[in-house]
Design a protein around this ligand. Structure first.
Ligand SMILES: [Zn+2]
Length: 118
C-alpha cells in the first residue's frame, strides 16, 4: 500500500524535497568561500531549486482547483481525485471516477499516459 500515494501528496513531497535540496546546495556553497565564482554559481543553483519548489507549490494549487472532491468510501474523509484513478490522501484507498475501472485491481499504469504529457 505504501508504494502508492495520492498524486497531490506526491507532488507536495517533491516540492518539499526541492526546498531541502536547495538549502543543501547553498550549504555546500559555503565550502567554496575561497572561490567566489564557484560559490555564487552554487548559491544561484540553490536559489533556483527553492524557486522551482515555489513553482511546484503553485502548480499544486492549480491542480487542486481542477481535482474533483469526493468523500472517501473507506475513511469517510473528503479527498481529491486527479485523473482517472488516484489514491485517497488520508488512507491511500484507490479511487476511480471511471465506471469501467471500478472493482478492478488498482494499476498505476492507468495514469501513465496523462502523467507523461505533463
Ligand atoms: Zn480514505
Amino acid at each position: 500500500m505504501a508504494k502508492y500515494s495520492s498524486k497531490i501528496n506526491k507532488i507536495r513531497t517533491f516540492a518539499l524535497s526541492l526546498v531541502f535540496i536547495g538549502f543543501v546546495i547553498m550549504y555546500i556553497g559555503l565550502f567554496f568561500k575561497s572561490h567566489p565564482i564557484i560559490m555564487s554559481i552554487v548559491m544561484i543553483l540553490g536559489v533556483l531549486a527553492i524557486l522551482a519548489s515555489t513553482g511546484v507549490y503553485f502548480w499544486i494549487g492549480m491542480l487542486s482547483t481542477r481535482a474533483i472532491q469526493v468523500v472517501c468510501p473507506n475513511c469517510q474523509k473528503p479527498t481529491k481525485i486527479l485523473g482517472r484513478v488516484d489514491m485517497c490522501m488520508h488512507c491511500n484507498e484507490p479511487l476511480t471516477l471511471d465506471k469501467n475501472l471500478e472493482g478492478k485491481d488498482f494499476d498505476q499504469s492507468y495514469n501513465r499516459k496523462s502523467s507523461q504529457q505533463q
